[in-house]
Design a protein around this ligand. Structure first.
Ligand code: MG
Length: 252
């Protein structure tokens, strides 16, 4: 147990989790200060993909995605797809590695629940590394689990959330980790722009996303994997998802 002496209340997080390496906070520490709120520019029209992007979702079909038992089951309509709670996450049929990813999402306009129970979903690079999707507008939760957090590792530099129901954008620049046999050669790096605001700048990741644990690169994996979207039981919507593979990028 640690004394609740700084930051926000422990009730929104944990005080019995391990301390994050190189940081003064525990995993999902309820006392860790909330990111400063920045009002982003207003929501706009979907950002059209550049010519060399792979369009993963244009609002009309889910042919590039699969669910736990075959085809993706999330419903389509109005140019977006919506999480079908209980059906599980979906992931791309194709594998991707180093990339530039653009996607747009919206938390439910009808606010229900709080903390991690409000508009929770997630974007998983390589199916392993989560950038949190959450309705973090006026919704305190543990800082490493707020919207656009590198879940369980790093809060966003600021909270740039739009209001629930409004479309939000993520532009994610991801470099996959590299292994030589069982040895880590270079960690994953991520840069994230949320609603036009920088929230992670070439941040090295500690390892694949976990819950209540300190992550590590114990298990080597290939430098590619599916892009996955999380079913966390909330009616989060997605539209306009495209990706540019950075095949010539030198991760070293
Ligand atoms: Mg999540």
């Amino acid at each position: 147990m640690t004394a609740a002496t700084a930051g926000s209340t422990p009730s929104i997080g944990y005080d019995d989790t391990p301390v994050l390496p190189g940081q003064e906070w525990r995993v999902h520490d309820g006392r860790r200060p909330q990111p400063r709120v920045v009002t982003p520019p207003p929501a706009g029209e979907p950002l059209p993909p550049p010519s060399d992007a792979v369009v993963l979702f244009d609002g009309t079909d889910l042919s590039q995605w699969k669910g736990a038992d075959g085809d993706a089951q999330w419903p389509l309509g109005g140019g977006y797809m919506e999480v079908a709670p209980g059906t599980g996450g979906i992931e791309t049929r194709e594998q991707f590695g180093d990339c530039q990813l653009h996607l747009e999402w919206a938390a439910p306009g009808e606010v229900k629940g709080d903390s991690q129970g409000r508009g929770n979903s997630g974007v998983f690079l390589l199916g392993k590394y989560e950038i949190q999707v959450l309705d973090g507008y006026d919704n305190p939760t543990y800082a490493d689990g707020i919207t656009a957090a590198i879940y369980g590792q790093y809060p966003p530099l600021v909270n740039a959330c739009r209001k629930p129901g409004e479309w939000q954008t993520y532009d994610i620049f991801f470099v996959a980790p590299r292994f030589n046999g069982k040895k880590l050669e270079s960690p994953a790096y991520v840069t994230v722009i949320h609603n036009g605001v920088l929230v992670h700048h070439h941040q090295a990741l500690m390892g694949p996303t976990g819950h209540r644990t300190v992550s590590s690169y114990d298990i080597p994996h290939p430098p590619t994997g599916p892009l996955a979207l999380q079913d966390h039981g909330d009616l989060v919507r997605y539209r306009n998802i495209w990706i540019r593979e950075l095949t010539d990028y030198d991760a070293g």
